[in-house]
Design a protein around this ligand. Sequence first.
Ligand SMILES: Cc1cc2nc3c(=O)[nH]c(=O)nc-3n(C[C@H](O)[C@H](O)[C@H](O)COP(=O)(O)OP(=O)(O)OC[C@H]3O[C@@H](n4cnc5c(N)ncnc54)[C@H](O)[C@@H]3O)c2cc1C
Length: 420
Amino acid sequence: MAKPASSAVPAGRDARLPRWLGRRPGREARRFDSVVIRGAGIGALICAARLARSDAFAGRVRIAAPRPRPGRRLVNGCTLRARTLDYAGAALGVPAETVADDLFGAERHKASTWAQDFALAPPHPGALDLRGPTPWMEAEPGRPLAYGLRNGHLVDRLARAVDLEVPFADTLAPSLEACLDQAPGDRPMVLDASHEPLSDVPAPAKPERFVVASQVPLRRRDGAALAAGHSCIGMRHRDGWFDTGVFYPFHDPLTPAADFYGIFYRIVRAGAPGFDKAREIAAMREIDEAFADALGLDPVDAEATRGEAMVPCIPWSDVTTHRADYMDLFRTYSACTPIITGDGMTRGALAGWLCAEALLAGEDPVSATNRSLRRWRSANRNFARGMTGLSRPLGAALRRAPRLVLRPVAAQPHMWARVA
Ligand SMILES: Cc1cc2nc3c(=O)[nH]c(=O)nc-3n(C[C@H](O)[C@H](O)[C@H](O)COP(=O)(O)OP(=O)(O)OC[C@H]3O[C@@H](n4cnc5c(N)ncnc54)[C@H](O)[C@@H]3O)c2cc1C
């Protein structure tokens, strides 16, 4: 990626950004002289990138985790809302266009979504008879809604961007103390950007709900149901709650035969009587591939590329900290029901960048990042309710007028497309 020119601040229509952004207080306002970031995902690397190119922290940032070595399997999110590039660009000090070029080169059109359709499936799989797909959201001219990529591809490009300036550790630091030991200064801040627990920090309450998911790269058959540049959200009402899936145009240099990817997911209560993780994941795999088939899409090298997960839900409320030199950055940007709104990368990028800006400005990163994410958490909460407790009335309304029901989402283009 090209070397940074400036530290542009993206317009924050999707986030509540603090007033102090862009104003730089004097050096004496800074409480910390170094930063240790535990984790090497999107939130961690975007934060590291911004700090590493600042005068205050250059040479004083450490990543207390190994350098990521991604493979072909679809681990973590693949729908990259285009808005994410604004925050990644701000952190890296390059235009968002440069980030997109670095990720996709001349193949960007293959990864781009310009409109989204909706389709409803009957409760039982088999030969799926879909109601739809019907278009419900269109991009503004010149601004795609989202890109489909393998999460590890973005992580790898971010790791390359910080590689020369920020050392990675050989292993993930097991404790806060181990993070502090790696600090290249006397007054370090520790940012935990990993979902693995720290042995010497109070454990959060045990989660009751989880999301199960199965995703796979796909290839269009001749005569596939979706128009070029369209993605699709699909829903199936089953046992009182919704299974939900999305299918996006996709480009991955490691699986060049794929031109789509598809995921299906469901919120589950892991403690419920008769709960069986393997059976729930298998149900997601089955509906994902049956729905793909109904759209005219075939899995590509599924045994090597399919990703499956069961990840915990985190409360939607603000995340606090028990000490001023430590912040749980991962729980802050993840606070919600994971996967379901396809925005974890955007929230990670926003919070990673803003956390770095707060440290540079001598401001409190905990309140700044929590406040900035409220709109995202509220959208996530509404969607989670639609998939569970409100699924019956929602299902009835979606059968009658999907475009009308989905209009509130379509009315928020700034939470999808780039605005800067
Ligand atoms: C199957 C799946 C599909 C997703 N789809 C999308 C998407 O389409 N678009 C999007 O923007 N985001 C999506 N996300 C979320 C997104 O991947 C992350 O929010 C994003 O990568 C930022 O996390 P990170 O890279 O900073 O942290 P990392 O630590 O690298 O990644 C964190 C991811 O691991 C998951 N995880 C795995 N095991 C655990 C565990 N035991 N406890 C807590 N978390 C765990 C988290 O849910 C999170 O998604 C998805 C996540 C998963 C697991």
